[in-house]
Design a protein around this ligand. Structure first.
Ligand code: ZN
Length: 184
């Protein structure tokens, strides 16, 4: 038996069949709420290599955490992330992964790439500058990112402020240390 075949057999049969870990995406519940603004079809199948975390709040009315209000704001300036996570942890899909969403603006990845939207997925957490993301939001975000990492070759997991320093300060009050531990 060749070594490669041997390894192949271990990979095929070596895992216990019962109690095997669920696929990461099996644990994510995403609610469809597709929008008709803030994105375009990709010219080529997208090579998704970055996930950018943002935060947004509703500045139109007193209810800062209103998702409907946030969407209204996005519509007004023709932007959108792919996903937005409500305070209770509900994940809404606004734009399909395969489409280019307008969420990064003028920005730059660590490898120097300036056209960030075509190669990234944007995720917004509903939050204000004076608040912190909720436990439910951290949990949902971790599940969603585990799922996305299983689908795409993600090289960068960054905040908006990392790719647009001096221009953007979100995600606000985001505990990266805590979140890194959650992803492990
Ligand atoms: Zn942002």
């Amino acid at each position: 038996m060749s070594f490669t075949l041997f390894i192949g057999l271990i990979l095929l049969f070596g895992q216990p069949q019962s109690g095997a870990p669920q696929h990461p995406c099996g644990q994510v519940k995403v609610v469809g709420r597709l929008v008709h603004w803030g994105h375009r079809k990709a010219d080529h199948p997208r090579k998704i290599e970055a996930i950018i975390i943002h935060s947004s709040y509703n500045a139109l009315t007193a209810d800062s955490f209103s998702v409907a209000g946030v969407l209204k704001e996005y519509k007004g300036i023709d932007v959108s992330p792919h996903y937005i996570i409500d305070r209770d942890g509900t994940i809404y899909r606004l734009v399909r992964d395969r489409d280019v969403a307008y969420h990064a603006g003028k920005s730059r990845l660590p490898d120097g790439a300036k056209d960030v939207n075509p190669v990234s997925i944007g995720i917004e957490l509903v939050n204000t500058i004076h608040d912190s993301p909720t436990d439910a939001q951290y949990l949902s975000l971790a599940k969603l990112i585990r799922c996305l990492k299983s689908k795409y070759s993600i090289r960068y997991l960054l905040g908006h402020s990392d790719i647009a320093p001096g221009r953007k300060t979100d995600p606000w009050n985001f505990d990266w240390k805590r979140f890194d531990l959650m992803l492990k």
